[in-house]
Design a protein around this ligand. Sequence first.
Ligand code: CP3
Length: 345
Amino acid sequence: MSSDKRFLKALNREKLDRPPFWLMRQAGRYLPEYRQTRKDAGSFLDLCYSPKLAEEVTLQPLRRYDMDAAILFADILLIPDALGQPLAYKEGEGPVLDPVRSAKELSSFKLETLHNRLEPVYETVNRLSSSIPAHCSLIGFAGSPWTVATYMVEGKGSKDYVETKKWAYSDPEGFDQLIDLLVEATVQYLLKQIEAGAETVQLFDTWAGVLPDDKFERWVTKPTAKIVEKIRHIHPGFPIIGFPKGVGANLLSFVDKTGVTAVSLDTAQSLSWAAKEIQPKVVVQGNLDPILLVAGGDAMVDRIHHILKMLGEGPHIFNLGHGIIPQTPPENVAKLAETIKNWKA
Ligand code: CP3
């Protein structure tokens, strides 16, 4: 892989004068222009499934801040929706699904209809592949099976994952069937994004950190390794970014066993440990606390400099430790962009 794009160079472990940057949830409610397009679309799902509008909101942050990468605008819960578990986003409540709680209920889910529902997302990727700036890379994404499963089983966001864990612990073979279905759906979904022009894909595993280590291996590491292997079987060497959030030192076995090209570090991850144990093996991405982006000022700038000092010699992609939150002042994002662009390795 050889490219003029800073982001792809970093994924290829090439030496750079400064790391590339992009921000998780860089398109979103902190931007007034997003709120306007979201209103025009009607609902959040209508926005995800309207190629023109989804393309527009993907491009909005790039016009302001000139990131090195754009991330497809969609959501990790489009897969359950496309499998036949209807999804709604309720104002102030987040996602709501009709919960699935046993293996026998899985027979109603159909892989055959997946692409039918997700076709507009591939169209968005296709449009973006020609409309993003030439120096900018296009990131596709999906949720990881474990995190998507938590929403499918709970039927909403959760703090303790009681229903999901209850099923997984008491009927692990049955729960494996849900994870296997999600592995297959995720591979098919990501392969279509890659065909449409995605230059890398990121797997979001927001709730990877709530499992004990044997189950982390079974429902996070192994399914991720399968997804990586199946994508690389079709596209050898394709760059894939993993984001198992909140897993601490288990990140090392995740890196060793999945074959990902890069990992995103969450806010709480130790920088000195990651520089020593992770960076020699894979590219690291991260990890400014999104709340420092709300606070701004010297606290934010000092921490950006510290992260760059610890990781910036590369291979490193600057990012947050989790997504931007709606309360973020847009001018703080401008300050972040300026701080990174003025830094020299
Ligand atoms: O990063 C980007 O800019 C690309 C788009 C993107 C969204 N969601 C848009 C979105 C991505 C990559 C995601 C990932 C996602 N979605 C995750 C994993 C990362 C993370 O944040 O932990 C998860 C767990 C979801 C599921 C989800 N989507 C929830 C729980 C919610 C409701 C909570 C919230 O933040 O509102 C969403 C809705 C959502 N997804 C919004 C956006 C911009 C806000 C919806 C709105 O505009 O009303």
